[in-house]
Design a protein around this ligand. Structure first.
Ligand code: NAP
Length: 364
């Protein structure tokens, strides 16, 4: 029986993970659960899963992540809250199932050095990264030519630059009650989210920027590919159901008969691929720029994005200004190579403040 801690058990991914756990009662024991504000749901989860340790409001996450009984920590909190507990869990030699992007976007080098040092597994849960992780089982590291992250077409793909500049929050969110928070929806619209995925992939799979490509795949049937040096392309296809990827990560290195997810039926499906829209969505290039610059640059990029999205929500800048603000902020930054955690967090703050100043002074 695998003993699990879930950081962020009341969130979307956390709840889906508990559905998987519920479906396999003889395979998992929940040791720790955590919520930020949703006390009511956490209490229901405690009643059902009887964890040994819990946390509310972001307190004691490190304690849960390093509990002596835990084998695997599923990191599913949002943002920076996941960084310190993940590092603590790795140092305590726990395996990690990772969904929280910020952990690798900000501190990829630091985190992966600890992963190697402590000889633990870090299993991605994000669909594209899980797809690549699975494809890579068919070859060795030195046999990889490149990985290809797939992305959807996006709701604004057919707009001109003029039309893109006029996009409002209401165009992005189909439902007005989503307007607060949910930054990821805006990051997806600007393609910054894909840029963060590029950085995540760089660290997870130890690749240079030249070995990472992006391809538009509107049908969402293929979730990413690997091309090996002999010209073989290995892809992962499946239903678009996060529980499938969570199940894979929780059972890794084994696979288990699916009971709550469906099989993919490919009959009569159209499958198309298109080149990535770098010109239309300059945010897509920024992840590659950040990898090439290295050190503290991804942390700065992330901080600048936080500010730019916030200012877009407040209608202080246009949709097309988001990537511009981040790009200028990045060009103003003096990179610190091989940063420690403190330097990374400082760089992230610097990115936020610098972007804010740029916007105030109408540098854009
Ligand atoms: N949703 C997806 O399909 C998907 C796919 C791939 C990757 N991801 C990534 O997975 C992570 C989780 O996504 P999600 O959709 O599950 O997010 P979510 O629904 O917003 O849930 C986030 C979880 O983290 C907790 N939390 C929020 N702020 C916190 C803080 N400051 N300290 C401690 N805990 C905090 C929340 O608690 P409360 O419920 O109490 O607020 C909740 O349990 C994100 O990094 C996201 O980018 C998500």
């Amino acid at each position: 029986m695998k003993k699990i801690a879930i950081l962020g058990s009341t969130g979307y991914i956390g709840r889906q993970a508990l559905e998987v756990v519920r479906a396999y009662p003889n395979d998992f024991k929940i040791i720790g659960l955590s919520a930020n504000k949703n006390k009511k749901l956490l209490e229901e989860q405690i009643k059902e899963f009887k964890p040994l340790t819990t946390s509310i409001g972001g307190k004691n996450l490190e304690k849960i992540a390093t509990h002596p009984d835990v084998d695997l920590v599923l990191v599913a909190v949002v943002g920076l809250a996941g960084l310190k507990p993940t590092l603590a869990a790795i140092k305590a030699r726990k395996n990690i199932a990772l969904t929280t992007k910020e952990v690798l976007v900000l501190a990829g080098e630091l985190v992966m050095n600890e992963v190697k040092k402590n000889k633990i597994n870090i299993i991605p849960v994000d669909s594209e990264h899980s797809a690549i992780f699975q494809c890579l089982k068919t070859g060795r590291k030195k046999e990889i030519k490149k990985i290809i992250l797939t992305m959807g077409k996006g709701q604004f793909a057919n707009m001109s630059q003029k039309e893109l500049a006029k996009i409002t929050l209401r165009d992005i969110y189909k439902h007005p009650t989503w307007i607060m928070g949910n930054k990821i929806t805006i990051d997806s619209a600007t393609c910054l989210n894909k840029s963060f995925e590029v950085i995540e992939a760089k660290w997870l799979f130890d690749l240079s920027s030249e070995a990472i490509e992006i391809m538009v795949h509107p049908e969402y049937l293929c979730h990413s590919l690997v091309e090996f040096i002999d010209g073989s392309n290995v892809a992962e296809f499946g239903t678009q159901d996060m529980r499938r990827y969570i199940q894979y990560a929780l059972f890794y290195p084994n696979r288990k008969q699916a009971v709550i997810t469906n099989s993919l039926n490919l009959f009569n499906k159209t499958i198309t691929f298109e080149p990535p829209p770098f010109e239309k969505f300059p945010g897509l290039e920024l992840g590659f720029d950040a990898i090439r610059a290295g050190g503290t640059m991804p942390a700065v990029m992330h901080g600048a994005d936080d500010t730019a999205v916030e200012e877009f929500i407040k209608e202080k800048i246009k949709f097309t200004d988001i990537a511009r603000v981040i790009k200028i902020t990045m060009s103003d930054h003096q990179v610190i190579k091989k940063p420690d955690l403190e330097e990374i967090l400082k760089a992230n703050e610097w990115g936020k403040i610098r972007a804010k100043k740029l916007i105030e002074k109408k540098f854009i």
